[in-house]
Design a protein around this ligand. Structure first.
Ligand code: NAD
Ligand code: UGA
Length: 462
């Protein structure tokens, strides 16, 4: 039996500990957080995050071998293995501002571990961190005067929101990096043993510390790069009459390219892609690799362009003005099946539309609460409406910003009757049946496809 602690009970800490608790009944797992409201929510029936399948697991193990607490010091003292899953946002001040990772929460956690410990422990980097962070952590942890020794292991998390539970239960791989010393290798084995409860051994990859830390940044950079690449092609499709769905299918059937992550969109969002690429860019610049830094930075630039140009296209299509027009924004979450709105393209689109003096009505099945908090500075100018039919009533346009399957199943013929005409739909996720919408009467603009409009000479290709 081991006492496992997770510091940081957020989107990663909560689900990962729940899944570990489910598969390792002999271990006692505690997740702690400085945010008392979040811990109270984890202890309640209204969990602080929405993830399909999460509630069932939490309810099955909570109070048995999974506990949530704010008593950080006590649980640090008791722990054998400490996962650290605190946030590592982009630095907003000083050197590296806007790019480098802000490691203040992480360093505070390391110091707290030293202060509260009276036995040696394994400390696991679960947060995404710049390469060689473990070196700094080892120095802080092992410069204690209590004679304690801490092994630092890197175990980055690859789960995606919306599929967190499935990704944890059935991962493509688990990565564990450690020092190439006997003690470091024992620590790696201890973490491998946890996952081996449910993950086939061949899917548990062990590497040195730096490879593990860098692999996490590289994986996110590659994934985000695919989205920016298909979005770049989508822009060319719009100019040439090619259809990005057809192009994505045609290239994705090449097994060397692969079909996944080729969905053209209003841009990628989420708390990590942008932050992690900028972190990678900063590291490259730090090591004097300016061309390499510029290569990766372009992925983020392309994404910003994609979000901004979505709104430009809306304004252009709607006779060059949206001022005073009601626009129904379908989606607030950065992707479907999550309540998370961090870096959501939907909110970026909302803000751009507000700049154009549009009246924005946002609807989302799970993320309205979070959107309201994020948009508090413009609260008076946005309406939050849980019912998409009510959101679209009297609107000049609907803009699809999140790929919730619910949005594809709405009665668009009925919605059309309640809208101002000519009515527009801008499908930023390409989830709707565009021909059918066109037949109903809408003017339809999708990403990377020729527009379907009832106006003459509006197709830029013709
Ligand atoms: P989050 O903001 O949801 O959770 C982090 C939690 O840490 C917060 O609840 C915060 O209150 C808590 N915290 C901060 N400092 C603390 C301290 N000193 N003591 C105790 N608690 C503290 O963030 P997240 O999305 O869970 O991400 C955590 C890390 O995991 C980040 O490095 C992120 O890059 C990485 N990651 C995130 C995802 C994801 O899908 N969200 C996936 C893989 C990796
Ligand atoms: C991503 C990675 O997929 C995870 O492996 C990683 O652990 C995580 O980041 C992290 O480090 O935080 P996540 O951001 O939760 O996961 O969600 P994704 O499914 O990767 O989607 C990211 C964004 O890209 C979303 O806005 C999504 O809508 C968009 N996207 C994705 C597209 O626009 N097109 C696609 O083809 C795929």
């Amino acid at each position: 039996m081991a006492n496992i602690l997770c510091i940081g009970a957020g989107f990663v800490g909560g689900p990962t500990m729940a899944v570990i608790a489910k598969h390792c009944p002999e271990h006692r797992i505690v997740a702690v957080d400085i945010n008392a409201a979040k811990i109270a929510a984890w202890q309640s029936d209204h969990l602080p995050i929405y993830e399909p399948g999460l509630k069932e697991i939490v309810l099955a193990v909570r109070g048995k071998n999974l506990f949530f607490s704010t008593e950080i010091e006590r649980h640090v003292a008791e722990a054998d293995i400490i996962f650290v899953s605190v946030n590592t946002p982009t630095k907003t001040f000083g050197q590296g501002a806007g790019k480098a990772a802000d490691l203040q929460y992480w360093e505070k956690t390391a110091r707290q571990i030293v202060e509260s410990s009276s036995s040696s422990k394994i400390v696991v980097e679960k947060s995404t961190l710049p390469v060689r962070t473990a070196e700094a952590m080892e120095r802080i942890l092992n410069s204690n005067e209590k004679g304690l020794f801490f092994d630092v292991v890197s175990n980055p998390e690859f789960l995606a929101e919306g599929t967190a539970v499935e990704d944890m239960q059935n991962p493509n791989r688990v990565l564990v990096g450690g020092q190439q010393t006997p003690s470091g290798q024992r620590a790696v084995q201890a973490i491998v043993d946890i996952y081996a409860h449910w993950v086939p051994r061949e899917r548990i990859i062990t590497t040195n510390l730096w490879s593990s830390e860098l692999s996490k940044l590289a994986a996110n950079a590659f994934l985000a790069q695919r989205v920016s690449s298909i979005n770049a092609i989508a822009n060319l499709c719009e100019k040439t009459g090619a259809d990005v769905t057809e192009v994505a299918h045609a290239i994705g059937t090449d097994s060397r390219i692969g079909a996944r992550f080729l969905q053209a969109s209003v841009g990628f969002g989420g708390s990590c892609f942008k932050k992690d690429i900028l972190n990678l860019v900063y590291l490259c610049e730090f090591y004097g690799l300016d061309e390499v830094a510029a290569y990766w930075e372009q992925v983020v630039r392309m994404n910003a362009y994609q979000q901004a140009s979505f709104v430009s296209k809306m304004v252009a299509a709607m006779f060059n003005t949206v001022a005073g027009k009601r626009i129904a924004l379908f989606g607030a979450a950065f992707k479907a099946h999550t309540s998370d709105t961090r870096e959501s393209p939907a909110l970026a689109v909302c803000r751009e539309l507000l700049e154009e003096h549009a009246h924005v009505v946002i609807t989302d099945p799970y993320a309205l609460e979070s959107a309201r908090a994020d948009l508090h500075d413009v609260a008076g100018r946005v309406t939050f409406e849980p019912d998409p039919y009510a959101a679209a009533r009297d609107a000049h346009a609907i803009a699809i910003a999140t790929e919730w399957p619910q949005f594809a199943k709405l009665d668009y013929a009925a919605i059309y009757e309640t809208m101002v005409h000519p009515a527009f739909i801008f499908d930023g996720r390409n989830i709707l049946d565009h021909n059918k919408l066109f037949e109903i009467g809408y003017n339809v603009y999708a990403v990377g496809k020729p527009p379907l409009t009832h106006f003459e000479n509006s197709n830029p290709v013709l």
